[in-house]
Design a protein around this ligand. Sequence first.
Ligand SMILES: NC(=O)c1ccc[n+]([C@@H]2O[C@H](COP(=O)([O-])OP(=O)(O)OC[C@H]3O[C@@H](n4cnc5c(N)ncnc54)[C@H](OP(=O)(O)O)[C@@H]3O)[C@@H](O)[C@H]2O)c1
Length: 258
Amino acid sequence: MSVVAVCGASGGIGAALCRAFTAAGWTVAAGARRVDRLEALVTDGAAAVAHALDVTDPAGVDAFFSVVEEKAGPVDCVIANAGVAVPGALADASDADVRRVIDTNLYGSLTVVRRAIPGMRDRCHGDVVFVSSDSVEKPYPQMLTYGATKAAVEYVASGLRLELAGTGVRVTVARLGPTLTEFGTDWDPAAVGPLMRAWKRHGVIPDHAVIQPADAADAVVAAVSLTPGIEARVVSLGPVPAVVDATEAASGKQSKDG
Ligand SMILES: NC(=O)c1ccc[n+]([C@@H]2O[C@H](COP(=O)([O-])OP(=O)(O)OC[C@H]3O[C@@H](n4cnc5c(N)ncnc54)[C@H](OP(=O)(O)O)[C@@H]3O)[C@@H](O)[C@H]2O)c1
């Protein structure tokens, strides 16, 4: 059975990835800081291995993969999914917040894939998946450090594909639009108002439609399940805007609320 290591598996898209990969017959290893949630995934049958993982701690990342290899076997697919954002204008951001977002989303992603790739390269097959965001396509004001980390991760993915050419290891970016998870639920409420106003003003999210985590997870499973001769380089997913009035939609008019 193929083994997938989901890094950042305790909620949202990561937990959905665990469920989708398990349903597809993979052996799932789940890592995150909230171990109680990982253990619940094991209890529910959505993961085979659960182990503490803080992607900002390289020794901890190494320990996580060692446990996974010992309990489940060599890792065939690694998913760099752990991510955080702190809302607020860049000029007003604290140094600690900027560093935390970069440490988790960029440094953490590079750390988990650097740990997983050598084994894949030796075995001449494997999948590296980075979970990115549609913020790489358009700036999300009040979340610029976050967008910068995702753009950097996508740059790395493009270059990594060149470095790994001829090794049998594939690299996929899962670039997601707004997805219904706990992302942002821990944000300071005082920062959310200005962020929403900025997004509305600049038309960042013109529609309230969202992706369901299970649907995003199914797309990732489908991408890494492609025949080994081809790779899904960027899986770019966005929600289809809700149809409020079929006649108006067909004529291209805006709804009264739109
Ligand atoms: N929701 C969206 O609209 C959206 C859109 C595009 C892309 N994304 C990306 O999707 C990914 C998952 O986000 P989500 O929406 O599912 O949010 P979420 O529900 O907040 O989940 C975030 C996950 O990241 C983990 N994580 C955070 N810091 C970590 C660390 N230092 N070490 C290990 N794990 C860590 C969390 O686990 P612990 O806290 O237990 O460690 C949790 O499992 C992120 O990379 C995010 O940028 C989300």
